[in-house]
Structures are given as C-alpha cells and as structure tokens.
Design a protein around this ligand. Structure first.
Ligand SMILES: CC(C)(COP(=O)(O)OP(=O)(O)OC[C@H]1O[C@@H](n2cnc3c(N)ncnc32)[C@H](O)[C@@H]1OP(=O)(O)O)[C@@H](O)C(=O)NCCC(=O)NCCS
Length: 425
C-alpha cells in the first residue's frame, strides 16, 4: 500500500498537528450555543462534530475538500475517493495506484455469496447489502491487529486497509444483490482494466453499448460520495467507529441509517411518487396537475420525496448536475420530463407551508428518472447504489478520525427534569 499510505501519513500528521494546536490555543472558546428547542429538533444546527472531508453550507451545497460538487461532476469515483482521503485530486499515476490497490483486494470471500444466497429473495436489497458487509467483519485487519495489541498510532493504517478492502469489494457485492433480488441470472465477474463504475456496470449485467449508463454511474457515484459529517449515515458510522468498532461494523451501521425513508431511501420513494403521478394522469402530467397531486400528498400527512433538506436552503447542486446530464442524454424521456415539471411545480406548493424550511429539490428528486431511462427500473435497489457511493465518504472519514486520534463520541443527554434545572441557571 506504499504510495497512498505514505501520502496519507504526511496528510494525517499535518492534520493532527493542526487540531492539536487549535485546541491548545483556543480550547476554551465557545463555537456554538444550544437552545432548548434544538434538543428536541434532532440536534439540528448544533456544532459538535469535526469533519474535514466535505462541508454543506446551507446556501451553497456540497463542497468536497474545497471543490463545489458541480466541479467534480466529470471526475471518476476513484478521483473523489482519493480527494476525500488525501485532500487533493490524484495525478494519473496516483489514480492508477489506487485502482491497483483495489484490484489486489477485490476478491469477495466465498462465504459472503453463501450468506447472500441464504437470504429469502424478497429480502430488501439494503438488508442483503448490509448483511454481506457485516458478515465480512471477520476479515477486518483493524480488529485482528487490535486483538494482538496494536499501538494507537497504527489505528489509521489498519482502518485504511479495511477501507480499501471494503471499497474494492462493494461493487461486486452490490451488483450481485441486484442480480439475486431481481432474477437477473448468475453472478458476473468483472473485466480487468475497467474503472470502479465501469466494473460495477459490467457486473450488474447491462450491455451499455454507448457507454452512457457507465457515464451516469460515474456521476451518481461521485455525487453521493460524501455529505459532511452530520447526516445520519456518516454520523452513525462515525459514532460506531469511535468506539473502535472496526469499519465493517461501522459501515454496516451507517448504511442501515441510509436505508431510512427520510435519508437514502427517499430516492426509491421519489421515482415511485413520480410513477404514481404519471399513472393517475395517464402520461406526462401538467404543472397544475402535479401541484394538486403534491397538495394531496401533504394533506395526507406524507412528505413529497426528493424535496426539502435538513441543512440545505437552495436547490441541491447535485440535483442540478443530474438535470444537466438528463438534458444532454435523454431530454425527451417522459419520466425525466415529469421530474423537471415536478421541479417547476413542487417548490411553489411547499412554499405555501411555512413550517417547511426548504422547498427546493435534493439529490434524490431526479436521479431515479435517469436510472429508469437506462433500464435500471427496480426502485428498491436505488439505495444500494447510494450506499456504494456513500461508502467512499464513510471510509475516508473513518481513516481521518482514527488518524487524528478522535475519541469515543459521547454527547450528553438530559432528562425532562434536568432540562428544567438547566433553565434555572
Ligand atoms: C429531508 C427532510 C427529512 C428534512 O427534515 P427537516 O429538517 O425536519 O425539515 P423541516 O425543518 O423543513 O421540516 C419541518 C416540517 O416540514 C415537513 N416537510 C419537510 N419537507 C417536506 C416535504 N418534502 N414534503 C412535505 N413536508 C415536508 C416536515 O415533515 C416537518 O413536518 P412536521 O413538523 O409536521 O414534522 C424533509 O425535508 C423530508 O422529509 N423530505 C422528503 C424526504 C427526502 O427527500 N429525503 C431525502 C433527504 S436528502
């Protein structure tokens, strides 16, 4: 793991020193205050996590290591993984080195296939994926070396080893989950020389003669790779990893959070919502019809999937990157056109409800229509695709957390009476 490990050693040494000096100079300064309401609002807006891989300023959207996500739209997922880990985009040689590291680790142990095969076929694809990740925990180099008495300063190196093994194997596992769940035939092997997304598309079994699905996958896997440290999947994975549970445990836990409908599962719900809409109006509905349908969804005390965000207050730039792709490659597709009409209609409807803080689309509002266009129509698979990408960010964050020596996460919880006491001071 020579070159990447040495680059990271230098990066992490610098990061650790920066944090040490910041805390020793300003450790007693206040960076935030907490209101009583925030305690009951899912800790929204409370600063209590350090994450340097990416940030989500509410008025701008995702910025990865200083790059607005739109600027990374033409990159490969391996470029973004390298960026998340090392803080800089790779040179051609560094990208090749990462691809070689993955190629050396991409054999999935045989028992994993047996575990996946033992699950009933109608198991949710996310459960299949997460079971596969968790059952591989016995492969963890971190756990093995910890049991042997590994020194603290080796934590990041063994976490990096686990990160590379997991990210190397996930495309094959995610692809097999698809083939098994949806009767697509036996498991397919990859072909040497393909990039991460290309290998995944090959293993899924799509012919892709014009290479457009591969292009979409590259974009999808780049756009979903990281979203700061406070979202459910990153936060949960980081918390679990902070207990020195290895990355297999942590990633599986984080991805279980991604399986929730208010988080990653929204992308499967979005396409379903658009299809219900098209079914009701027998074709591509007008903006007025969509507005009515959205009002009915809200009146039924349901959410309009793909709209709103816990942090963002503008149109998600990842949504805009997908729209750009659709306009270039499938402008006439009826589902894509409907997704665009939804964008015209829904924000105006949501703006009429003052409690909804962000009426704008998030990343999930359009991605399903593009996948649908290329024949990946099985909606309840979409969160697996999201997981494959988000694993890059979760793994990079874990390497950094262990490299910076961050401690176990332990926020304080107060009872009702203790909160009342706190108000007296
Ligand atoms: C993303 C989401 C969970 C953020 O939640 P949040 O931070 O609580 O958002 P808000 O503060 O704006 O929510 C305030 C209220 O507006 C509602 N609201 C927010 N977005 C809404 C939407 N798209 N449709 C209908 N109602 C919505 C919330 O459910 C909440 O209602 P409540 O007070 O009755 O519980 C929320 O916008 C949502 O459920 N969106 C749809 C699902 C989705 O697309 N998830 C993917 C996120 S990347």
């Amino acid at each position: 793991m020579g070159a990447l490990k040495e680059t990271l050693r230098a990066v992490l040494n610098e990061e650790r020193e920066k944090i040490k000096s910041l805390v020793s100079s300003h450790g007693d300064r206040t960076v935030d205050q907490v209101t009583l309401a925030q305690v009951f609002q899912g800790s929204r807006g409370i600063v209590s996590i350090f994450c340097d891989t990416s940030a989500v300023p509410p008025a701008k959207g995702l910025i990865v290591r200083g790059y607005p996500i739109g600027e990374l739209a033409g990159k490969l997922p391996e470029d973004v993984f390298y960026l998340l880990l090392a803080g800089k985009l790779p040179t051609d040689a560094q990208r090749k080195n990462l691809q070689d590291e993955w190629a050396a680790r991409n054999t999935v142990p045989d028992y994993v296939w047996k575990v996946v095969d033992a699950l009933p076929q109608d198991t949710h694809p996310m459960t299949m994926l997460n079971t596969a990740v968790l059952c591989m925990q016995r492969e963890s180099v971190f756990a093995k070396r910890y049991a042997e008495g590994m020194a603290k300063d080796e934590y990041w190196e063994t976490t990096l080893e686990d990160a590379l093994a997991l990210t190397a194997r996930l495309p094959a596992i995610a692809a097999y989950v698809y083939r098994r769940c949806f009767n697509k035939g036996p498991r397919l092997e990859g072909k040497p020389g393909l990039d991460w997304a290309g290998d995944y598309v090959q293993r899924l079994g799509f012919a892709d003669p014009k290479g457009e699905l591969t292009k979409l996958m590259r974009l999808y896997l780049v756009l979903h790779s990281d979203h700061g440290g406070g979202n459910v999947s990153a936060n949960v994975a980081g918390t679990v990893n902070s207990a020195l549970s290895d990355l297999y445990y942590a990633l599986s836990a984080g991805l279980n959070g991604l399986a929730g409908p208010l988080h990653g599962l929204a992308n499967q719900e979005c396409l379903a919502w658009i299809q219900d809409l098209m079914e009701q109006f027998k074709g591509t509905p007008s903006v007025e019809q969509i507005s009515k349908f959205a009002e009915e969804t809200i009146a039924a005390k349901r959410v309009v999937p793909g709209y709103g965000h816990a942090v963002l207050r503008v149109t998600d730039p990842r949504f805009s990157a997908f729209v750009e792709f659709g306009k270039q490659h499938c402008p006439g597709d009826p589902v894509f056109k409907t997704a665009l009409n939804v964008y015209e209609a829904v924000p105006k409807v949501l703006q009429k409800h003052p409690k909804i803080k962000n009426p704008w689309p998030n990343v999930d509002a359009v991605s399903g229509s593009l996948l649908h266009h290329y024949g990946l129509t099985e909606q309840n698979y979409y969160t697996v695709l999201f997981s494959l990408s988000r694993a890059l960010g979760i793994c990079a964050q874990a390497v950094h957390a262990r490299g910076c020596g961050l401690p176990i996460v332990r926020p304080t919880a107060l009872t009702y009476d203790e909160l009342q006491d706190a108000l007296k001071t």
